[in-house]
Ligand binder design. Structure first.
Ligand code: NHF
Length: 478
Protein backbone atom coordinates (compact mmCIF):
# COMPACT_ATOMS: atom_id res chain seq x y z
CA UNK A 1 0.00 0.00 0.00
CA UNK A 2 1.16 3.55 -0.78
CA UNK A 3 2.45 5.46 2.25
CA UNK A 4 0.13 8.15 3.51
CA UNK A 5 1.62 11.64 3.08
CA UNK A 6 1.10 14.20 5.81
CA UNK A 7 2.33 17.79 5.82
CA UNK A 8 2.52 19.02 9.41
CA UNK A 9 2.81 22.71 10.19
CA UNK A 10 3.09 25.03 13.17
CA UNK A 11 5.06 28.09 14.21
CA UNK A 12 8.02 26.27 15.80
CA UNK A 13 10.03 23.08 15.55
CA UNK A 14 12.71 21.88 17.97
CA UNK A 15 15.65 21.95 17.88
CA UNK A 16 15.70 24.67 15.18
CA UNK A 17 13.33 27.13 16.80
CA UNK A 18 11.57 26.44 20.08
CA UNK A 19 9.56 28.65 22.42
CA UNK A 20 7.33 26.03 24.07
CA UNK A 21 5.98 22.47 24.16
CA UNK A 22 4.59 22.69 20.62
CA UNK A 23 8.19 22.91 19.38
CA UNK A 24 9.01 19.60 21.08
CA UNK A 25 5.95 17.97 19.54
CA UNK A 26 6.75 19.28 16.05
CA UNK A 27 10.31 18.01 16.40
CA UNK A 28 9.42 14.52 17.58
CA UNK A 29 5.96 13.40 16.44
CA UNK A 30 6.91 13.43 12.71
CA UNK A 31 9.83 11.07 13.38
CA UNK A 32 7.48 8.70 15.21
CA UNK A 33 4.97 8.94 12.36
CA UNK A 34 7.70 8.03 9.89
CA UNK A 35 8.39 5.04 12.12
CA UNK A 36 4.81 3.77 11.74
CA UNK A 37 4.76 4.14 7.98
CA UNK A 38 3.44 7.69 7.49
CA UNK A 39 5.52 9.94 5.23
CA UNK A 40 5.31 13.04 7.41
CA UNK A 41 7.10 16.26 6.43
CA UNK A 42 7.27 19.49 8.37
CA UNK A 43 6.85 23.08 7.22
CA UNK A 44 7.59 26.10 9.44
CA UNK A 45 8.55 29.76 8.89
CA UNK A 46 12.15 30.58 8.07
CA UNK A 47 13.06 32.73 11.06
CA UNK A 48 16.18 34.79 11.35
CA UNK A 49 17.42 32.42 14.10
CA UNK A 50 17.09 29.49 11.69
CA UNK A 51 18.79 31.32 8.87
CA UNK A 52 21.82 31.98 11.02
CA UNK A 53 22.06 28.58 12.71
CA UNK A 54 20.71 25.84 10.48
CA UNK A 55 22.20 24.41 7.31
CA UNK A 56 19.53 24.18 4.64
CA UNK A 57 19.33 24.14 0.87
CA UNK A 58 17.16 26.47 -1.22
CA UNK A 59 15.07 24.26 -3.50
CA UNK A 60 12.81 26.78 -5.20
CA UNK A 61 10.28 29.53 -4.87
CA UNK A 62 6.67 30.38 -5.57
CA UNK A 63 4.44 33.45 -5.28
CA UNK A 64 1.44 34.41 -3.19
CA UNK A 65 -0.86 37.39 -3.40
CA UNK A 66 -1.22 39.13 -0.03
CA UNK A 67 -2.25 42.66 0.94
CA UNK A 68 -2.65 43.58 -2.71
CA UNK A 69 0.93 42.62 -3.58
CA UNK A 70 2.66 39.65 -5.11
CA UNK A 71 5.15 38.21 -2.60
CA UNK A 72 7.93 35.73 -3.27
CA UNK A 73 8.23 32.72 -0.96
CA UNK A 74 11.59 30.95 -0.92
CA UNK A 75 11.60 27.23 -0.09
CA UNK A 76 14.45 25.75 1.95
CA UNK A 77 14.92 22.12 2.89
CA UNK A 78 16.75 20.28 5.65
CA UNK A 79 16.18 17.27 7.94
CA UNK A 80 15.54 16.84 11.64
CA UNK A 81 18.87 15.90 13.25
CA UNK A 82 19.78 12.20 13.03
CA UNK A 83 16.76 11.37 10.91
CA UNK A 84 15.38 11.29 7.38
CA UNK A 85 12.50 13.48 8.39
CA UNK A 86 12.22 16.35 5.91
CA UNK A 87 11.74 19.91 7.15
CA UNK A 88 10.83 22.81 4.85
CA UNK A 89 11.30 26.45 5.76
CA UNK A 90 9.29 29.11 3.95
CA UNK A 91 11.03 32.44 3.70
CA UNK A 92 10.01 35.94 2.79
CA UNK A 93 12.11 39.12 2.57
CA UNK A 94 14.24 37.09 3.44
CA UNK A 95 12.92 35.70 6.74
CA UNK A 96 9.97 35.66 9.09
CA UNK A 97 10.39 37.40 12.41
CA UNK A 98 8.91 36.06 15.59
CA UNK A 99 8.83 37.86 18.86
CA UNK A 100 7.26 39.95 21.49
CA UNK A 101 6.28 43.54 21.02
CA UNK A 102 5.00 42.99 17.50
CA UNK A 103 1.38 43.72 18.33
CA UNK A 104 -1.41 41.21 18.24
CA UNK A 105 -2.85 42.27 14.89
CA UNK A 106 0.57 42.28 13.29
CA UNK A 107 1.14 38.71 14.49
CA UNK A 108 -2.26 37.66 13.18
CA UNK A 109 -1.43 39.19 9.79
CA UNK A 110 1.99 37.52 9.71
CA UNK A 111 0.63 34.09 10.52
CA UNK A 112 -2.19 34.57 8.03
CA UNK A 113 0.50 35.28 5.46
CA UNK A 114 2.41 32.16 6.51
CA UNK A 115 -0.83 30.13 6.40
CA UNK A 116 -1.52 31.35 2.89
CA UNK A 117 2.04 30.39 1.95
CA UNK A 118 1.56 26.87 3.37
CA UNK A 119 -1.71 26.42 1.49
CA UNK A 120 0.02 27.38 -1.80
CA UNK A 121 3.04 25.30 -0.83
CA UNK A 122 0.86 22.16 -0.84
CA UNK A 123 0.22 22.83 -4.51
CA UNK A 124 3.85 23.77 -5.20
CA UNK A 125 5.18 20.55 -3.62
CA UNK A 126 2.86 18.45 -5.71
CA UNK A 127 3.65 20.30 -8.97
CA UNK A 128 7.39 20.73 -8.60
CA UNK A 129 8.54 17.97 -6.28
CA UNK A 130 6.01 15.20 -6.97
CA UNK A 131 5.01 15.03 -3.33
CA UNK A 132 1.28 15.32 -2.91
CA UNK A 133 0.07 15.66 0.65
CA UNK A 134 -2.97 13.56 1.56
CA UNK A 135 -3.51 15.49 4.79
CA UNK A 136 -2.44 18.86 6.18
CA UNK A 137 -1.98 18.77 9.96
CA UNK A 138 -2.16 22.27 11.53
CA UNK A 139 -1.22 23.14 15.09
CA UNK A 140 -2.59 25.93 17.28
CA UNK A 141 -3.98 29.30 16.20
CA UNK A 142 -0.92 30.33 14.17
CA UNK A 143 -1.80 27.88 11.40
CA UNK A 144 -5.54 27.60 12.05
CA UNK A 145 -6.55 29.67 9.01
CA UNK A 146 -5.14 27.02 6.67
CA UNK A 147 -8.33 24.90 6.49
CA UNK A 148 -10.38 27.97 5.49
CA UNK A 149 -7.74 29.22 3.01
CA UNK A 150 -7.41 25.79 1.41
CA UNK A 151 -11.16 25.59 0.90
CA UNK A 152 -11.97 29.16 -0.05
CA UNK A 153 -8.88 30.41 -1.84
CA UNK A 154 -6.76 27.56 -3.07
CA UNK A 155 -9.81 25.41 -3.80
CA UNK A 156 -8.03 22.26 -2.75
CA UNK A 157 -10.21 19.64 -1.17
CA UNK A 158 -7.66 18.14 1.15
CA UNK A 159 -8.51 16.89 4.66
CA UNK A 160 -7.10 19.01 7.47
CA UNK A 161 -6.48 18.17 11.11
CA UNK A 162 -6.23 21.00 13.63
CA UNK A 163 -4.51 20.10 16.90
CA UNK A 164 -5.08 22.45 19.83
CA UNK A 165 -2.12 22.62 22.20
CA UNK A 166 -3.53 25.40 24.31
CA UNK A 167 -7.03 26.79 23.97
CA UNK A 168 -6.06 29.96 25.79
CA UNK A 169 -4.29 31.40 22.76
CA UNK A 170 -6.76 32.03 19.96
CA UNK A 171 -5.49 34.84 17.78
CA UNK A 172 -8.38 37.28 18.25
CA UNK A 173 -7.93 40.46 16.26
CA UNK A 174 -8.97 42.73 13.46
CA UNK A 175 -10.99 41.44 10.53
CA UNK A 176 -8.61 43.42 8.31
CA UNK A 177 -6.65 40.21 7.89
CA UNK A 178 -9.41 38.91 5.61
CA UNK A 179 -8.86 41.90 3.29
CA UNK A 180 -5.15 41.18 3.23
CA UNK A 181 -5.99 37.62 2.22
CA UNK A 182 -8.49 39.00 -0.27
CA UNK A 183 -11.14 36.80 1.26
CA UNK A 184 -14.75 37.39 2.13
CA UNK A 185 -15.77 37.35 5.74
CA UNK A 186 -19.13 35.65 5.15
CA UNK A 187 -18.13 32.67 7.18
CA UNK A 188 -17.05 34.82 10.09
CA UNK A 189 -20.28 36.80 10.04
CA UNK A 190 -22.32 33.69 9.89
CA UNK A 191 -20.59 32.59 13.06
CA UNK A 192 -21.85 35.27 15.34
CA UNK A 193 -25.19 35.58 13.63
CA UNK A 194 -27.10 38.65 14.71
CA UNK A 195 -24.14 40.31 16.42
CA UNK A 196 -21.84 42.90 15.02
CA UNK A 197 -18.64 41.14 14.08
CA UNK A 198 -15.63 43.27 14.91
CA UNK A 199 -13.01 40.60 15.37
CA UNK A 200 -11.76 37.44 13.88
CA UNK A 201 -10.99 34.46 16.10
CA UNK A 202 -8.37 32.61 14.13
CA UNK A 203 -8.47 29.43 16.21
CA UNK A 204 -12.27 29.52 16.01
CA UNK A 205 -12.08 29.59 12.20
CA UNK A 206 -9.84 26.53 12.34
CA UNK A 207 -12.25 24.72 14.65
CA UNK A 208 -15.08 25.30 12.21
CA UNK A 209 -13.28 24.55 8.97
CA UNK A 210 -10.87 21.72 9.82
CA UNK A 211 -11.95 18.21 8.87
CA UNK A 212 -11.13 17.02 12.39
CA UNK A 213 -10.01 18.74 15.58
CA UNK A 214 -7.82 17.11 18.19
CA UNK A 215 -6.04 18.07 21.36
CA UNK A 216 -3.14 16.67 23.31
CA UNK A 217 -4.78 14.57 26.04
CA UNK A 218 -8.07 12.80 26.60
CA UNK A 219 -8.83 14.71 29.80
CA UNK A 220 -8.19 18.12 28.22
CA UNK A 221 -10.54 17.10 25.38
CA UNK A 222 -13.22 16.37 28.01
CA UNK A 223 -12.49 19.61 29.86
CA UNK A 224 -12.91 21.56 26.61
CA UNK A 225 -16.23 19.84 25.97
CA UNK A 226 -17.49 20.54 29.49
CA UNK A 227 -16.53 24.18 29.44
CA UNK A 228 -18.44 25.40 26.37
CA UNK A 229 -20.59 27.88 28.17
CA UNK A 230 -17.76 29.79 29.83
CA UNK A 231 -15.23 29.57 27.04
CA UNK A 232 -14.94 32.29 24.36
CA UNK A 233 -14.28 29.48 21.91
CA UNK A 234 -17.55 27.77 22.96
CA UNK A 235 -19.70 29.07 20.07
CA UNK A 236 -17.18 27.73 17.56
CA UNK A 237 -17.10 24.29 19.17
CA UNK A 238 -20.88 24.28 19.31
CA UNK A 239 -21.18 25.23 15.68
CA UNK A 240 -18.77 22.49 14.76
CA UNK A 241 -20.89 19.96 16.63
CA UNK A 242 -24.01 21.17 14.83
CA UNK A 243 -22.39 21.09 11.39
CA UNK A 244 -20.60 17.74 11.57
CA UNK A 245 -21.57 14.17 12.25
CA UNK A 246 -21.39 13.16 15.91
CA UNK A 247 -17.96 11.62 15.51
CA UNK A 248 -16.37 14.32 13.35
CA UNK A 249 -17.79 17.11 15.48
CA UNK A 250 -16.00 15.94 18.60
CA UNK A 251 -12.56 17.10 19.77
CA UNK A 252 -10.48 13.95 20.05
CA UNK A 253 -7.65 13.64 22.61
CA UNK A 254 -4.32 11.98 21.80
CA UNK A 255 -1.67 12.19 24.50
CA UNK A 256 1.73 13.61 23.52
CA UNK A 257 4.87 11.59 23.97
CA UNK A 258 8.52 12.50 24.52
CA UNK A 259 11.61 11.72 22.51
CA UNK A 260 13.79 9.40 24.56
CA UNK A 261 16.76 10.12 22.27
CA UNK A 262 16.77 13.51 23.95
CA UNK A 263 15.13 12.97 27.33
CA UNK A 264 17.19 10.14 28.82
CA UNK A 265 19.70 10.63 31.64
CA UNK A 266 22.15 8.25 29.96
CA UNK A 267 22.28 10.42 26.80
CA UNK A 268 21.98 13.88 28.33
CA UNK A 269 25.17 15.89 27.85
CA UNK A 270 23.87 18.75 29.96
CA UNK A 271 23.88 16.75 33.21
CA UNK A 272 26.69 16.92 35.77
CA UNK A 273 26.76 13.11 35.54
CA UNK A 274 25.01 10.89 33.00
CA UNK A 275 23.37 7.78 34.42
CA UNK A 276 21.69 4.62 33.21
CA UNK A 277 18.14 3.99 34.33
CA UNK A 278 19.21 1.06 36.46
CA UNK A 279 21.94 3.17 38.07
CA UNK A 280 19.52 5.93 39.08
CA UNK A 281 20.32 5.82 42.80
CA UNK A 282 23.99 6.76 42.39
CA UNK A 283 23.25 8.95 39.35
CA UNK A 284 20.66 11.05 41.10
CA UNK A 285 22.72 11.30 44.27
CA UNK A 286 25.73 12.69 42.37
CA UNK A 287 23.65 15.09 40.27
CA UNK A 288 21.80 16.30 43.34
CA UNK A 289 25.04 16.94 45.22
CA UNK A 290 26.47 19.06 42.40
CA UNK A 291 23.21 20.88 41.79
CA UNK A 292 22.75 21.82 45.46
CA UNK A 293 26.38 22.85 45.77
CA UNK A 294 26.13 25.06 42.68
CA UNK A 295 23.04 26.77 44.13
CA UNK A 296 24.38 27.06 47.67
CA UNK A 297 21.74 24.75 49.14
CA UNK A 298 22.10 22.09 51.84
CA UNK A 299 21.51 18.40 51.34
CA UNK A 300 17.77 18.00 51.99
CA UNK A 301 14.76 16.59 50.14
CA UNK A 302 14.55 18.80 47.07
CA UNK A 303 11.45 19.99 45.27
CA UNK A 304 11.58 21.96 42.05
CA UNK A 305 9.42 23.93 39.66
CA UNK A 306 10.51 24.45 36.05
CA UNK A 307 8.32 26.40 33.64
CA UNK A 308 6.98 29.65 32.32
CA UNK A 309 6.07 32.34 34.84
CA UNK A 310 2.46 32.44 33.68
CA UNK A 311 -0.90 32.35 35.44
CA UNK A 312 -1.58 28.98 33.79
CA UNK A 313 1.34 27.45 35.65
CA UNK A 314 -0.11 28.12 39.13
CA UNK A 315 2.85 29.93 40.72
CA UNK A 316 0.43 31.64 43.13
CA UNK A 317 -0.52 28.23 44.52
CA UNK A 318 3.13 27.29 44.82
CA UNK A 319 4.00 30.52 46.65
CA UNK A 320 1.12 30.06 49.11
CA UNK A 321 2.24 26.50 49.72
CA UNK A 322 5.85 27.52 50.33
CA UNK A 323 4.60 29.79 53.11
CA UNK A 324 2.73 26.83 54.59
CA UNK A 325 5.68 24.42 54.54
CA UNK A 326 8.27 26.65 56.20
CA UNK A 327 8.45 24.19 59.11
CA UNK A 328 9.59 21.32 56.85
CA UNK A 329 13.27 20.71 56.25
CA UNK A 330 13.37 20.92 52.45
CA UNK A 331 14.76 22.84 49.45
CA UNK A 332 12.66 24.41 46.73
CA UNK A 333 14.23 25.42 43.40
CA UNK A 334 12.24 27.55 40.95
CA UNK A 335 13.38 28.10 37.37
CA UNK A 336 11.70 30.01 34.58
CA UNK A 337 10.90 33.38 33.09
CA UNK A 338 7.83 35.25 31.94
CA UNK A 339 5.32 37.61 33.53
CA UNK A 340 7.37 40.20 35.52
CA UNK A 341 4.76 40.41 38.31
CA UNK A 342 4.90 36.67 38.90
CA UNK A 343 8.70 36.78 38.75
CA UNK A 344 8.69 39.47 41.45
CA UNK A 345 6.45 37.38 43.70
CA UNK A 346 8.75 34.40 43.27
CA UNK A 347 11.84 36.49 44.00
CA UNK A 348 10.17 37.85 47.11
CA UNK A 349 9.54 34.37 48.53
CA UNK A 350 13.11 33.36 47.69
CA UNK A 351 14.33 36.37 49.66
CA UNK A 352 12.16 35.40 52.59
CA UNK A 353 13.41 31.80 52.84
CA UNK A 354 17.05 30.85 52.23
CA UNK A 355 15.99 27.29 51.33
CA UNK A 356 14.10 28.62 48.28
CA UNK A 357 16.27 29.39 45.23
CA UNK A 358 14.80 31.22 42.28
CA UNK A 359 16.43 31.64 38.87
CA UNK A 360 14.22 33.83 36.71
CA UNK A 361 15.69 32.85 33.36
CA UNK A 362 14.92 30.45 30.53
CA UNK A 363 17.81 28.00 30.71
CA UNK A 364 17.79 24.58 29.04
CA UNK A 365 21.10 23.83 30.69
CA UNK A 366 19.91 24.46 34.24
CA UNK A 367 16.52 22.84 33.54
CA UNK A 368 18.19 19.53 32.66
CA UNK A 369 20.38 19.69 35.78
CA UNK A 370 17.33 20.38 37.93
CA UNK A 371 15.32 17.49 36.43
CA UNK A 372 18.11 15.10 37.31
CA UNK A 373 19.12 16.60 40.66
CA UNK A 374 15.71 17.04 42.31
CA UNK A 375 13.68 14.44 44.19
CA UNK A 376 10.29 15.88 43.27
CA UNK A 377 8.91 18.27 40.66
CA UNK A 378 5.87 20.39 41.53
CA UNK A 379 3.45 21.14 38.66
CA UNK A 380 0.61 23.25 40.09
CA UNK A 381 -0.95 24.20 36.72
CA UNK A 382 -4.45 25.68 36.66
CA UNK A 383 -4.97 23.73 33.45
CA UNK A 384 -2.53 21.67 31.40
CA UNK A 385 -3.45 20.45 27.91
CA UNK A 386 -0.76 17.77 28.10
CA UNK A 387 2.38 18.86 29.87
CA UNK A 388 5.66 17.24 28.90
CA UNK A 389 7.62 18.09 31.99
CA UNK A 390 6.07 15.37 34.16
CA UNK A 391 7.07 12.80 31.54
CA UNK A 392 10.58 14.19 31.28
CA UNK A 393 10.99 14.30 35.08
CA UNK A 394 9.85 10.70 35.41
CA UNK A 395 12.43 9.59 32.88
CA UNK A 396 15.07 11.12 35.20
CA UNK A 397 13.55 9.39 38.26
CA UNK A 398 12.06 12.61 39.64
CA UNK A 399 8.57 12.23 41.10
CA UNK A 400 5.87 14.66 39.91
CA UNK A 401 3.43 16.28 42.33
CA UNK A 402 0.87 17.76 39.98
CA UNK A 403 -2.60 19.25 39.65
CA UNK A 404 -5.22 16.69 38.82
CA UNK A 405 -6.06 18.12 35.41
CA UNK A 406 -5.65 17.59 31.65
CA UNK A 407 -2.63 15.64 30.51
CA UNK A 408 -1.21 15.55 34.04
CA UNK A 409 -4.14 13.39 35.07
CA UNK A 410 -3.68 11.17 32.00
CA UNK A 411 0.02 10.54 32.59
CA UNK A 412 0.40 10.32 36.39
CA UNK A 413 -0.88 7.39 38.44
CA UNK A 414 -1.58 8.88 41.84
CA UNK A 415 0.50 7.17 44.51
CA UNK A 416 2.30 4.93 41.99
CA UNK A 417 4.57 7.08 39.83
CA UNK A 418 3.62 10.48 41.24
CA UNK A 419 1.06 12.42 43.21
CA UNK A 420 -2.02 14.33 42.05
CA UNK A 421 -3.76 17.04 44.05
CA UNK A 422 -6.87 19.12 43.51
CA UNK A 423 -5.92 22.01 41.24
CA UNK A 424 -5.72 25.49 42.70
CA UNK A 425 -5.66 24.25 46.31
CA UNK A 426 -2.50 25.08 48.23
CA UNK A 427 -3.60 23.08 51.28
CA UNK A 428 -3.94 20.00 49.07
CA UNK A 429 -0.52 20.63 47.61
CA UNK A 430 0.90 20.96 51.12
CA UNK A 431 -0.66 17.61 52.02
CA UNK A 432 0.82 15.99 48.91
CA UNK A 433 4.26 17.36 49.80
CA UNK A 434 3.97 15.90 53.30
CA UNK A 435 2.79 12.64 51.82
CA UNK A 436 5.75 12.63 49.44
CA UNK A 437 8.21 13.24 52.28
CA UNK A 438 6.64 10.44 54.24
CA UNK A 439 7.04 8.12 51.24
CA UNK A 440 10.67 9.19 50.87
CA UNK A 441 11.41 8.02 54.40
CA UNK A 442 10.12 4.57 53.50
CA UNK A 443 13.20 3.62 51.44
CA UNK A 444 11.74 0.51 49.80
CA UNK A 445 8.42 2.20 49.02
CA UNK A 446 10.16 5.23 47.52
CA UNK A 447 12.48 3.08 45.44
CA UNK A 448 9.46 1.26 44.02
CA UNK A 449 7.84 4.58 43.17
CA UNK A 450 10.91 5.98 41.40
CA UNK A 451 11.33 2.76 39.45
CA UNK A 452 7.69 2.82 38.42
CA UNK A 453 8.13 6.43 37.22
CA UNK A 454 11.28 5.58 35.26
CA UNK A 455 9.58 2.60 33.61
CA UNK A 456 6.43 4.46 32.59
CA UNK A 457 6.59 4.54 28.81
CA UNK A 458 5.83 7.88 27.21
CA UNK A 459 7.43 7.13 23.85
CA UNK A 460 5.62 8.54 20.84
CA UNK A 461 4.91 5.20 19.23
CA UNK A 462 1.46 4.61 20.77
CA UNK A 463 0.31 8.13 19.94
CA UNK A 464 1.75 7.98 16.41
CA UNK A 465 -0.41 4.89 15.79
CA UNK A 466 -3.48 6.79 17.03
CA UNK A 467 -2.70 9.74 14.74
CA UNK A 468 -2.28 7.35 11.83
CA UNK A 469 -5.69 5.83 12.58
CA UNK A 470 -7.24 9.30 12.72
CA UNK A 471 -5.62 10.35 9.41
CA UNK A 472 -6.98 7.15 7.82
CA UNK A 473 -10.48 7.89 9.08
CA UNK A 474 -10.21 11.40 7.64
CA UNK A 475 -9.24 10.00 4.24
CA UNK A 476 -12.06 7.46 4.26
CA UNK A 477 -14.63 10.14 5.05
CA UNK A 478 -13.97 12.23 1.97
O1 NHF B 1 2.11 19.83 26.51
C1 NHF B 1 2.49 20.62 23.73
C2 NHF B 1 2.22 21.57 24.88
C3 NHF B 1 1.43 20.94 26.02
O2 NHF B 1 0.40 21.37 28.14
C4 NHF B 1 1.24 21.92 27.15
C5 NHF B 1 0.80 23.24 26.69
C6 NHF B 1 1.28 23.70 25.36
O3 NHF B 1 0.16 24.00 27.41
O4 NHF B 1 1.34 20.00 23.25
O5 NHF B 1 1.51 22.65 24.39
Amino acid sequence: MREMKVLITGYEVAPFFKRGGLGDVMGSLPKALNGVGVDCRIVVPYYIEIKDAVKSERIGEFFVYFGGKEEEIGVYKTHLPDSNCVVYFLSNKPVFVYGKGRGKNRRIDEFAFFSLAVARFVHYLSEHHKWTADIVHCNDWHTALIPLILKQKVKLSIPTLLTIHNLQYQGVGSLRVLDLLNMKDEETKELKAGKLVKNINVLGEGIIHATRVSTVSMSYAKEIANDYERSPIGPFLKKREEDCSKKDGRVIGILNGIDYDIWSPEKDNLLFHKYEHNGWEVGKRDNKQDLLRSLGLQDKPTFCFVGRMAIQKGLDVLIKTINRIAHLDVNVIILGSGDPRIQDNVLEIAQKFPWVKAEMVYSEDLAHKIYAGSDFIIIPSRYEPCGLIQMIAMSYGTIPIASDTGGLRDSILNGKNGFLFKKGKSLRLKKSIEHALHRMKDKAGFKKMVECAIKTDFSWNKSAILYKKLYKEMLNHR
